[in-house]
Structures are given as C-alpha cells and as structure tokens.
Design a protein around this ligand. Sequence first.
Ligand code: PGA
Length: 321
Amino acid sequence: MNITLRQLKVFESVARHLSFTRAAEELYLTQPAVSMQIKQLEQQIGLPLFEQIGKRIYLTEAGNEVRRYAQRIATELIELSDGLEALRGLNSGRLRLTVASTANYFATDLLATFTRRQPGITFQLEVTNREGVIRRIQDNEMDLAVMGKPPEGLDVVAEPFMPNPLVVIASPDHPLAGGEQIPLERLQDEIFVLRETGSGTRNTVERFLEQRGLSLRGGLQMSSNEAIKQSVQAGLGLGVVSIHTVALELELGRLSILNVEGFPLERHWYLVHRAGKRLSPAADAFRRFIIEEAHQHWRPPQNNAAVEPPQQSPGLAATGG
Ligand code: PGA
C-alpha cells in the first residue's frame, strides 16, 4: 500500500465535512483535485471509502476505519511538530489560539502586548462561538483556547484568569434605564436581541433564567456582539452581553447597564488546553502571561454601579469535566 500523507489529509477533511465541496474550500483545492486524491486513495486501499445515497455521501466501513487512523496520524504529526518547536525554544514558534467571539474584545490587546515581548512568536488566531471552540478542542486543532466556561465531558486543563460579568444592556432612553433593582420577572415583558444558539453568552442566560422558571422573549437573533449592541442602541430591544464588549459604548453614553436583580451574572474567562498535551515553550510562555497578567487588562466600566470592582484572578487550576 502506498498511501501519502496528503491523501490522508484530504480524506480526513472530506470525512469530517461529508462534503467534497467543503473539503475543497477548507484545503484551498479545486473539487476535482479533492476527488482525484480520494480516488487514488481508494485505488491504493482497494475498497470504496464513501458511498452516495441520494444527494448525501456517507463513510463506508472501510472509510470509518481509515478515518480513525487518519485522525491518529494527524495528532501524531501535531505532536511531532510541537516537539520540534520545543527544541527550537522561545525564539520562534507559532501558536494556534482559538477564542470565543466575546473574548476577542480583549484577546487582540493581549496578543499585542505579548508579541512586543516575544517578537519571534507568531499567532494564528481563530474567533468562533463557544460551540466552535469546543469543536476545535475536540479535534485537537489548537494549542490554547479562551472561553467562558470549561467544556463538559472533555478532558482538559482549564485555568480561570479574569472576571467576565454578563450584564443587561439597554438604550439610555429606555424606560428601565436608571431604574433601581429591577425585578428579574420584569424582563419577561421586554423584547430581547439574543446571540445565536451555540453562543456561551446565550447558554448562560438561558440556563440562569430556566433555573428560576423564566424565559426571555427573543425578538431578534444575531450572531455577533457588535450587531446586538447596534440593535440595542437603535431601541430594538434589550440585550445580555459580556461587559468586555461594551466598555466604549458605556463611556460614550450610548448604552446603559440595567440594574436587574441577579445581574451581573458572575462568570470567568478560562484558558483551556487538552489534558496531557505537551505545550511548546511558546504556548507555555503565553499561558503564563495570560494567567499572571491578563487580569490587569480588566478595567471596570465607567459610571456603572451595577458591576463590582475587579477581583484578582482566582489563580487555581481546574480540571474540566
Ligand atoms: P460566546 O462565548 O462568544 O460564544 O458567547 C463566550 C462564552 O463562552 O461565554
């Protein structure tokens, strides 16, 4: 059998997406080039790896078997590259960082500070919602991740490093703006602009309300914090966002935080990596920088009585479950 790593890489992508088109997009190849690689792999193996039923393709039994090995080989290759990175030391290295969309409001600032100190290290930054971050961790496609809560059911090391309060925001001329201790139930009379399913912010709010037998009237759904802020400013409804996303708008008086009973929801940002993963010197240096210094970048928003002053990072390493 004469299988190449390239064939396995193309196969792994098609098997993950169950789509030749999406694999071609991911790998920057044409669709015929992807089909050719798969055909050659099937010829080498002597068995079909995919079958088509209607418009969809499925992995055959042989396909499933090859996929298991392709994933194992990909993981080994990443470890090889990490090991070589370790030998090269801190003067070079590329770090793959995946952050939840909301964390991007401070992540780039932290990256800039770190890169000034370690100019030899380059970053590949991916921004996606909580669900996307969990997928990256599962697929071992990143070195470190920043997210709002450790993933459940995955063997990870998760270290909290900075507060992440979630607040209810409104346009400053909203009737509830400036109100004292607004009862939680009162929120049910309002329309909300919510994040998409799969967002950590949205999950947290929904769980918090569910536990109290309440739910929100979601009028609009948006997949970015920016879109939510603009809609709330325009008076389309109320929003619940991390305070990290609204510092500027609060300072400029374009948004107000509502003083709602039970809010802000106290959360933390976590730095996460797979348990047992050997971090390269570059990844480890970045990890230490985040744990030791990131909380200094936390500034409580101006003119906002609803949010407590900054706390020190809890500092304890937690193992996610
Ligand atoms: P989100 O993630 O951007 O997906 O809402 C933040 C979080 O996990 O809290």
